[in-house]
Ligand binder design. Structure first.
Ligand code: FNR
Ligand code: LAC
Length: 373
């Protein structure tokens, strides 16, 4: 199965004619096969959470302040002490070579040029070492802890050795959610798309699927449904890297993550791809922020598509956001240049929104900046 209908990237003029990240999705949709587009775009079951993540942003409005000097807008910040030029990071997304042949390498280069941080997925289609070699910006490594812990230990050590600065442990995926678009498409990984972190490791090769989404069967062999909170203590004993727990929705779990020694949490529902009907992330954020009480950094992902969304997340207590699909659409549309375009459009929108809202710095954005409609 081919992944793209054409091989060439969108022209610079076509990328320049995009006004927002949704425009990149339109180009990506034209360029990808239906099955691959659906894999990237889709959510679980009725896609209520996929939609709900966006709707939660629509329910919050910004209260601009007038007559503030907004001639200079400062959006630089840090994530676990690492400087980033804007509060937007690249979320881990799997199988990026299905979007573009340069896959994660293009994403890493673009993130570096945008002055931000990329989280590389366990199920990347270039190895974590290959990504580190070309990256010009900071990297974190996303870990799925697998039934065979020695595989995860090796990955953690390899990431540490390759210069990754944190491990991002994903905790919302004891099993894959039911992505019904993938079932309908009988989605299978196209030939040549391989999980390069596991090359040569036969124990994680795919099981034979029994109908439905062959991809789901493939991914499930990587996941461990027995995982509990003591996995964090185990991981801490195996690595010196800080651990970011990704996939927190409840305040209770946020408190447990802090107690277990997490350095940060990501309020995330996996972009609506796991539990359908899961609470939208922007709605969940205040409880998490309250439970964490400033002890660790809190980030948010899911449905961030606009500069104004970033203001809303920061107002409700996130230090930064991550974006998944906007980066995938940029990659599919134009490789490295497309990812850069996605990140730069978000940056420009954030600066414009802060200018119009009378918020010259991230510090000036607070609970009073937003109101629920
Ligand atoms: C993901 N996500 C994800 N998360 C993770 O921890 N490991 C992974 O390998 C993947 N893979 C993946 C593939 C695709 C195609 C998507 C869309 C998402 C979830 C991702 O990190 C993030 O939580 C969401 O993408 C955020 O939502 P938005 O920005 O896509 O709306
Ligand atoms: C996904 C996985 C594999 O969301 O994280 O598709």
């Amino acid at each position: 199965m081919a992944t793209r209908k054409t091989k060439r990237s969108a022209t610079p003029a076509a990328l320049a004619a995009c006004a927002c990240v949704q425009d990149l999705e339109a180009i990506a949709k034209r360029r990808l096969t239906k099955a691959v587009y659906d894999y990237f775009a889709g959510g679980a079951e009725d896609e209520r959470t996929l939609i709900g993540n966006r709707e939660a942003f629509h329910k919050v409005f910004i209260r601009p302040r007038a007559l503030v000097d907004v001639s200079r807008i400062d959006i630089a910040t840090t994530a676990l002490g690492t400087p980033i030029t804007m509060p937007v990071m690249v979320a881990p997304t799997a199988y990026q070579r299905m979007a573009h042949r340069d896959g994660e390498l293009a994403t890493a280069r673009a993130a570096g040029e945008a002055g931000t941080l990329m989280v590389a997925s366990t199920i990347a289609t270039y190895s974590l070492e290959e990504i580190a070699k070309v990256a010009t910006g900071p990297l974190w490594f996303q870990l799925y802890v697998q039934p065979d812990r020695s595989i995860s230990r090796d990955l953690a050590r390899r990431a540490e050795a390759a210069g990754y600065r944190a491990l991002c442990l994903t905790v919302d995926t004891p099993q894959l959610g039911q992505r019904e678009r993938d079932v309908h498409n009988q989605f299978a990984l196209p030939p040549g798309i391989r999980m390069m972190n596991f090359e040569g490791n036969r124990s994680v090769m795919p099981r034979t699927p029994a109908g439905g989404s062959a991809f789901a069967a493939y991914a499930s062999s990587l996941l461990d449904p027995t995982l509990t909170w003591d996995a964090i203590a185990w991981l801490r004993s195996e690595t010196k890297l800080p651990i970011v727990v990704k996939g927190i929705i409840s305040g209770e779990d946020a408190a447990l993550a802090v107690q277990a020694g997490a350095a940060a949490v990501v309020v995330s529902n996996h972009g609506g791809r796991q539990l359908d009907a899961c609470e939208p992330t922007l709605a969940a954020l205040p409880n998490v922020v309250e439970a964490v009480a400033g002890r660790v950094e809190v980030y948010l992902d899911g449905g961030v598509r606009r500069g104004t969304d970033i203001i809303k997340a920061i107002a409700l207590g996130a230090r930064a956001v991550l974006v998944g699909r906007p980066v995938v659409w940029g990659l599919a549309a134009g490789g490295k240049a497309g990812v850069q375009r996605a990140l730069e459009m978000l940056r420009a929108e954030l600066v414009l929104a802060m200018t119009l809202a009378g918020c010259p710095s991230l510090r000036s954005i607070g609970p009073g900046t937003v109101v629920r409609a």
